[in-house]
Design a binder for this molecule. Structure first.
Ligand code: FAD
Length: 393
């Protein structure tokens, strides 16, 4: 064979990378390791929370990836031995590699939010990894009486999908407006400004009046601790005890990246943006949310584009050829109500140790007729079908 590449994590980055590797070079041995047999997509999970969509349309298996010749192993990786160039799975099996790709997504930085841990997430769900958490938050919204308050605690950047908390606030407001109109959404934000802010705030005023209130960083909105026993959220300004507490904690690279020695003091993984190879551990490449991408937002479209570019770089490196400089495209849709969407598209290229945005990006106009918002909502659905088919078959 032309070599052996192990990919850890079968999400948007890892599955795209594994498929691209196999397609680029059929005699390459490609192994994808992912503990779950069903992947649940975060994109469009805010629609599930708001009752606009069921979770089964968010779920994808690995049959088609396997049918293309990728060896799919349903295990978690527990240990990585860079000197031996080997990964060990939870069942104790060691698998050697020539090149290793890590796409483990995020884990939560619990130390940065006293009171929050896995047990707390059962009471104050994050719903920042899709699946059981998504349904838990939805169930809490359904159980809440009219006139209640839903608080959404938003962390500082870098974090997974920076605009998604505001999309969530919008769609929860839509759910409340149509079922429990005396209720409120309270955003407690560790940021002053956010992605697509003008578009969101305009849509909120237009669609939801004063139903959504936001307390920004400089108004004391940063959450400093939580108490799950009383469902209390403590901020720099004061204490809140909402009826539903959606607490999105600060984040870092998926834990296995740290185990591999690929994460630095920031909690994320510095890379060479041309090859995605770790700056800290040779022969390990990090893609998706886990890497320090600089100007490229952490999104499924970025993870997928990085997965493909990384596959191309690895094929070239294994063949002794120079890798090509990647140009990545990412597009991010936000849905604020059924039939009301807007988008942000960007192009990114390596500059020094990170990705920088280059020309050719586009954002939806702040003032646009509703037909354009409706068309962008339809395009968002089309984007979802395309990226999930591209990733999982
Ligand atoms: P993931 O897709 O999370 O995949 C990581 C995988 O690694 C998981 O399947 C996990 O099980 C596996 N894994 C972890 N540790 C191990 C281990 N030790 N061994 C083996 N496997 C392991 N992005 C968009 O582009 N558009 C959107 O509209 C959008 N909406 C979003 C809405 C919400 C509410 C959220 C939370 C996110 C949204 N995103 C969106 C962001 C998107 O979900 C992520 O950026 C994307 O999933 C990142 O891909 P990834 O491969 O890095 O991680």
């Amino acid at each position: 064979s032309a070599g052996r590449v192990v990919v850890v994590g079968g999400g948007f980055g890892g599955a795209a990378c594994a498929r691209a590797l196999k397609r680029a070079q059929a005699n390459l041995q490609v192994i994808l390791i992912e503990p779950s047999t069903v992947f649940t997509s975060c994109p469009f999970s805010n629609e599930v929370i708001a009752g606009l969509r069921e979770i089964d349309v968010q779920q994808f298996g690995y049959d088609k990836v396997a049918a293309e010749g990728v060896t799919v192993i349903s295990q978690a990786v527990t240990t990585i031995e860079p000197q031996l160039r080997s990964v060990v799975t939870a069942d104790g099996v060691a698998l050697p590699y020539d090149r290793l790709v890590l796409s483990p997504g995020i884990d939560f930085h619990f130390e940065a939010l006293p009171g929050y841990d896995d047990a707390t997430s059962e009471k104050m769900p994050h719903a920042w990894k899709a699946g059981a958490q998504t349904l838990l938050l939805r169930g809490q919204l359904e159980a809440m009486p009219d006139g209640g308050t839903v608080a959404i605690a938003i962390p500082a950047n870098p974090s997974r999908c920076p605009p998604a908390p505001y999309e969530r606030a919008s769609l929860i407001a839509h759910y409340l407006k149509t079922t429990k109109p005396r209720s409120k959404v309270l955003i407690l934000d560790a940021k002053d400004t956010f992605s697509q802010q003008r578009l969101f705030e305009k849509a909120w005023k237009e669609l939801y009046g004063d139903m959504i209130e936001r307390i920004a960083l400089s108004q004391g909105g940063r959450v400093t601790s939580v108490d799950p026993a009383t469902r209390t959220i403590v901020t720099e300004f004061g204490n809140y005890t909402p009826d539903v507490a959606n607490v999105i904690p600060p984040q870092r690279a998926g834990r296995i990246a740290e185990v591999a020695g690929a994460a630095d003091a920031t909690g994320w993984c510095p890379i060479d943006p041309v090859t995605f190879e770790s700056k800290l551990v040779p022969n390990i490449h990090v893609i998706g949310d886990a890497c320090l991408g600089g100007g490229i937002p952490k999104s499924a479209s970025a993870a997928s584009a990085q997965g493909k570019a990384c596959a191309s770089a690895i094929v070239n490196l294994l063949a002794g050829r120079a890798p090509e400089t990647p140009r990545l495209t990412g597009v991010c849709y936000n849905i604020v109500a059924p039939g009301y969407g807007f988008s942000l598209a960007g192009n990114y290229q390596p500059r020094g140790d990170i990705f920088a945005e280059v020309e050719g990006g586009a954002t939806s106009p702040a003032d646009a007729p509703r037909e354009l918002r409706a068309r962008e909502a339809t395009e968002a659905e089309r984007w979802f079908r395309a990226i999930t088919a591209d990733t999982f078959g």
